[in-house]
Design a protein around this ligand. Structure first.
Ligand SMILES: [Zn+2]
Length: 252
């Protein structure tokens, strides 16, 4: 594995300074893999690997803790064989699957994965049409334990009925709810632009400004960004009212 780039960035918070180590690698599998390992102050170390996959610019993730190497695989839409190869090389133990929502590009290879790893699958109870073995339906406020860390479920409907963001420390996995400088479309089945407005402004925007957004697609100028920066540059977070948001998102 050839390391092409290393960069370091300090993200300041009032109570916590997070050092983000960026390593872009050219994998032996022929994929550019952007790995992000978040080293939390207070000696708590979280695994977060952000892996670009598939033809729709999806991001899939491993999130877990370095002590036990236990991780969850987030959104098994594409390239599961390659995801498992990466996990094996890093000695990760996949103990769970979590899905931000049930659109096919986020769950297409779920059944295949479950044939290879017999682990629980967390998907929002509000997401329709989902059935698989080991299904654990989750709702707002639920905690999902992965080794020594916990993911907190935040229900953020709008793109689909059951969109779920997952919060771990400063890390927020936003699926198709919030992209970097964008947000998910609201005109698909289960979508609702008024609920999207509520999810963006009354849930995500109320998290600490130092929260780092890790989206489900690589649609922005950077693969992740702080909530503070998104409040400055994301046009959907500039809306001054629900009407303003509906006009911009839906053209009404
Ligand atoms: Zn989607």
């Amino acid at each position: 594995m050839e390391i092409c780039l290393r960069a370091y960035q300090n993200v300041g918070t009032n109570s916590l300074k997070t050092l983000i180590k960026f390593i872009t690698c050219q994998s032996e599998l022929g994929h550019d893999i952007l790995e992000r390992k978040i080293f939390m102050k207070q000696q708590k170390e979280i695994i977060l690997d952000q892996i670009p996959v598939g033809p729709m610019a999806n991001f899939q993730y491993f999130i877990g803790d370095q002590q036990t190497k236990k991780v969850a695989l987030v959104d098994p839409g594409w390239d599961i064989d390659e995801m498992l190869t990466i996990a094996d090389k890093k000695n990760y133990i996949i103990v769970a699957v979590v899905c931000t929502h049930a659109h096919y590009d986020h769950i297409k290879e779920l059944e295949y994965l479950l044939g290879l790893r017999d682990v629980p699958v967390s998907i929002s109870k509000y997401e329709s049409g989902v059935s698989c073995k080991n299904l654990k339906k989750c709702e707002d406020g639920d905690k999902i334990k992965i080794g020594n860390i916990e993911l907190t479920c935040i229900h953020t409907p709008g793109h689909s009925a059951g969109d779920m963001c997952f919060l771990c420390g400063d890390i927020l996995l936003t699926g198709d709810t919030l992209f970097i400088d964008g947000c998910g479309r609201c005109d698909l089945a289960g979508g609702n632009p008024k609920k999207m407005y509520d999810s963006l402004f009354n849930k995500i925007a109320k998290l600490p400004d130092a929260t780092i957004i890790y989206p489900g697609h690589d649609y922005g100028p950077t693969p992740s960004a702080t909530l503070a920066s998104q409040k400055q540059t994301n046009p959907y977070l500039q809306s001054e009212s629900l009407e303003d948001f509906l006009h911009y998102r839906m053209g009404i």
